[in-house]
Design a protein around this ligand. Structure first.
Ligand code: AMP
Ligand code: ZN
Length: 495
């Protein structure tokens, strides 16, 4: 019997079985990035947790329709603390120093959306069914706002169209913010539109004919509020009731609360049957901070510091989604060592394929370890235990390394493949398929020469050697535990 997939549900506050309306088919929406900058490792912690839901469901044999949106308009700087106000994050980014590199705000959005997708692939995340973008679903958003007005759930003022929270008695059911007066106190530092009926009514459409991104609507030129995009895009691709909706913990209120209000008033149906929220990532025990130098994008670590993306992924999974994760360089160094164990296991297992098999117990031992790993993932995605199980499997392989051969070597590689399928941790290099690359030994010699050049502070020689290594189809990553050789990956497909 496969285990039951149990997952925390913010709506009920309980860990309960994740069920699907359509048997064996999970319809899952996860809020994606606002593309005004490179995604940081906190964003990726949340995206990886959604990816792990997809992988666990697939390991149980479910079909998964997974949608992750891209916000490229309408997310304002104060959306998180209050009703929509402040600057549009995209427009603000264009005015910043980094923004000088872009022709216009569309160009900026394109650049960061592409960067996000390539970070996504190098961190080993599964491609969703679709990455819908807010700017490409304007007609649907306008239609939804018109319908909310018709049904009496929204009204127009001189400045905007607002959702009327008093028209939805369930408002606040996700976050527990049900007291309307408390909601009002959550609205801080905001210049209120005097025509608003209730201070906590949130914007569905902002009238603004000066905005850098604007569309013509029944209410004149303007742009949509942040929340409406997720309601319309989730329902367009997945239907009126989702099985699961996810995001980081900061999205519970007001973003997801507002999505529920809009969607349920449009359809009269429950918007999502299960809500999962990832707790935040901290760096050295504190909120990431640019001034303290603890704000890391995936690119900073992978490209500038040469960190193995798989080690980064492993370190971002070290603690289950339901607990805050404290990211440290020590944690990353530990994950790098664990990745080396996995790579070494893959290498020695593939080397053993053509040897006689003297390890008959390996296959069943690894089968048991895999079952326990899947059980851990089904137990509210207990990634700490699942990772420990993956490492326990490497222990089984190392202990029997001298006896591995034939069927047991295959079983070891099969186990590592399943670790990849379930946890997204890739350990099998291409040579494990038996197609060793004769250039690898040359690249290794050059890598060692480069290390010596660096130790001698001959950086010109080190740079030249790096180029020679790249010409052989490899690259060197300087990790905290020393240089590592990697086959250069071809550019991932960008949708
Ligand atoms: P944003 O690009 O700000 O719209 O955020 C994209 C996703 O990352 C959302 O689900 C956020 O909740 C999540 N997120 C933002 N900061 C963090 C963090 N420090 N730790 C974990 N998740 C985060
Ligand atoms: Zn969203």
């Amino acid at each position: 019997m496969p285990p039951i997939f149990r997952l925390g549900d913010t709506m009920t506050g309980e860990v309960r079985p994740l069920t699907t309306l359509d048997p064996g088919h999970l319809r899952f929406y996860s809020c994606g990035p606002t593309v005004y900058n490179y995604a940081h490792i906190g964003n990726f912690r949340t995206f990886i947790n959604s990816d792990l839901v997809v992988r666990t469901a697939q390991a149980l044999g479910w079909r998964v329709s997974y949608v992750c949106n891209i916000t490229d308009v309408g997310h304002l700087t104060q959306d998180d603390v209050a009703d929509a106000s402040g600057d549009d994050k995209m427009a603000k980014a264009l005015k910043s120093k980094e923004g000088e590199a872009f022709v216009n705000v569309w160009d900026l959005a394109e650049h960061y959306a592409d960067a996000f997708k390539s970070d996504w692939f190098r961190m080993g995340l599964i491609k969703p069914l679709v990455w819908p973008r807010a700017t490409q679903h304007m007609r649907e958003q306008i239609t939804a706002v018109e319908e909310l007005i018709e049904k009496g759930h929204a009204y127009q003022t001189k400045d905007a169209v607002y959702f009327r929270i008093n028209s939805f008695s369930d408002h606040g059911k996700l976050s527990g913010n049900t007291n309307k007066d408390e909601l009002r106190t959550a609205v801080r530092d905001v210049v209120l539109d005097p025509e608003k009926e209730h201070p906590s009514d949130f914007a569905l459409w902002k009238k603004d004919d000066k905005h850098l991104m604007q569309w013509y609507s029944p209410w004149g030129w303007g742009f949509p509020g942040w929340h409406i995009e997720c309601s319309v895009m989730a329902m367009k691709y997945l239907g009126e009731t989702l099985d699961l909706h996810a995001g980081g913990e900061d999205l519970i209120f007001p973003h997801h609360e507002s999505e529920i209000a809009q969607s349920e008033c449009l359809t009269g149906k429950v918007f999502s049957n299960h809500w999962m929220h990832s707790r935040f990532l901290l760096v050295d025990g504190e909120k990431m901070s640019k001034s303290k130098g603890t704000f890391y994008s995936v690119r900073d670590l992978v490209e500038d510091q040469g960190i193995d993306p798989m080690a980064l992924r492993l370190s971002l999974m070290a603690v289950p989604y339901s607990k805050p994760l404290n990211f440290t360089m020590q944690g990353l160094a530990d994950a790098t060592k664990n990745m080396e164990r996995l790579y070494e296991c893959a290498r020695l297992s593939s080397d053993a394929l053509s040897r006689p098999d003297n390890a008959p117990g390996v296959a069943s031992a690894l089968e048991r370890v895999y079952d326990e790993m899947l059980e851990a993932m089904c137990d509210d995605m207990n990634t700490s235990v699942a990772i420990a199980k993956a490492l326990e499997g490497t222990g089984v392989i190392f202990r029997e390394s001298a006896n591995l051969g034939g069927a047991s070597a295959h079983a070891a590689l099969h186990f590592l493949n399943r670790v990849e399928a379930l946890l997204g941790i890739r350990s099998i290099r291409e040579e494990a398929t038996g197609q060793g690359d004769p250039q690898e030994a040359n690249a290794e010699t050059l890598m060692n020469a480069r290390m010596v050049a660096k130790q001698n502070k001959d950086f010109a020689a080190a740079d030249r050697l790096r180029l020679e290594i790249e010409a052989l189809g490899f690259e060197v990553r300087d990790t905290p535990t020393g240089p590592v050789l990697r086959r250069k990956l071809s550019a991932p497909e960008i949708q």
